[in-house]
Design a protein around this ligand. Structure first.
Ligand SMILES: NC(=O)c1ccc[n+]([C@@H]2O[C@H](COP(=O)([O-])OP(=O)(O)OC[C@H]3O[C@@H](n4cnc5c(N)ncnc54)[C@H](OP(=O)(O)O)[C@@H]3O)[C@@H](O)[C@H]2O)c1
Length: 317
């Protein structure tokens, strides 16, 4: 098996593991043009999958990716499904719409959609802080709805996290209402949740031979993530210093990566059979990254219970 590292591109992953995509079904959230999820979808299309479902809130931004997939390989079914992660009704409907398209099961679900550093405290319809709802709770609900399909193919779930989880520090998962709101702390907590959800899923999915991972795609300034946030450079510098202090002087340094390098981190765990034995891992620069002691199995269980409480539903995998 090829060795992967920080230089690995999505094309390298397809060159090495493309045969693992043949005949498979992939679901990716937030694959808008110019983003990491879109790149992941385009490279997966080169591996002759059966179907790629692209779920997001703006069809206009996703249709060009569907057109590109059809151009790469007209035999691949590429479908848009409307999904607004800030709206539970939309998530439930998207889940059912996806299930109708995937009666043979889902090989990999890539929970990629996300927002970053919403400057002022904003809540979803159901009253949850917007970054936590979009980046974690919405994906928790969607994953729970799609799990029977993932089970059918002993599939993989990939949560797109970030080394920016450090901006949240050692969160005790108690204060979800932010008595004092900080846009970077909130982003960090949501990205920590992506890691913990991967750990919680891995434990449960191992019972049926499935696997789950969280990944850091690297720092990719060319996507819309930074532009869509209302963050100033001054605020970014302050957050970086704060995160360094919260992590005992260790700075959350992410090397600048290209979109294709970022996308490699999403598709490598989705395709790599050799990685299955490391289910639950946090993938960084296409290798296995480390997480601090306070981001372990106990925290993952605590997050699972909190998430169930927030969606008012027990989730049994
Ligand atoms: N770029 C980086 O440096 C970096 C670093 C670490 C981690 N990440 C993570 O990588 C993932 C992808 O980010 P990106 O850099 O590719 O940014 P991006 O281009 O802004 O893509 C984000 C995607 O999420 C979608 N989205 C946002 N809110 C949504 C909602 N309520 N419902 C459904 N979809 C929603 C966006 O839809 P619209 O296009 O309609 O807005 C877009 O498709 C994110 O989870 C991010 O946290 C990125």
């Amino acid at each position: 098996m090829a060795a992967f590292n920080e230089e690995t591109t999505a094309q390298n992953v397809i060159d090495a593991l493309g045969s693992e995509a043949v005949g498979k079904t992939f679901v990716i959230t937030g694959p808008s043009q110019g983003g990491i999820g879109a790149s992941a979808a385009i490279y997966l299309a080169k591996g002759k999958p059966e179907r790629i479902i692209l779920a997001g809130r703006s069809q206009d931004k996703i249709q060009p990716i569907i057109d590109e997939i059809r151009n790469i390989d007209p035999a691949v079914s590429a479908d848009f499904v409307s999904l607004n992660l800030l709206d539970r009704d939309s998530v439930r409907k998207a889940g059912e719409d996806i299930k109708r398209l995937t009666s043979d099961g889902i090989s990999a679900l890539i929970n990629n959609a996300g927002i970053m550093a919403v400057e002022h405290f904003t809540k979803s319809k159901t009253g949850v802080e917007a970054q936590f709802e979009t980046n974690h709770v919405g994906h928790f609900l969607l994953t729970s709805i799609l799990m029977p399909e993932v089970k059918k193919r002993k599939g993989v779930v990939v949560n797109v996290s970030s080394l920016g989880y450090m901006y949240g520090g050692a969160w005790d998962l108690e204060d979800t209402d932010f008595q004092t709101y900080d846009c970077w702390e909130a982003y960090g907590r949501s990205k920590l949740a992506n890691i913990l959800f991967g750990i919680g899923l891995s434990k449960r999915m191992s019972a049926f031979g499935g696997a789950a991972f969280s990944v850091s795609p690297g720092f990719i300034p060319e996507t819309k993530l930074l532009a869509n946030s209302d963050v100033s450079e001054k605020r970014l510098t302050a957050a970086f210093e704060d995160a360094t202090e919260k992590n005992g002087g260790v700075a959350p340094v992410q090397r600048v990566a290209t979109i294709e390098q970022g996308a490699a981190n999403l598709i490598m765990p989705a395709l790599n059979p050799d990685l299955r034995k490391s289910s639950g891992a946090f993938i960084v620069e296409c290798g296995i990254g480390s997480v601090p002691d306070w981001a372990g199995a106990d925290q993952a269980e605590k997050l699972w219970r909190l998430s169930e409480k927030l969606i008012d539903q027990e989730v049994v995998v």
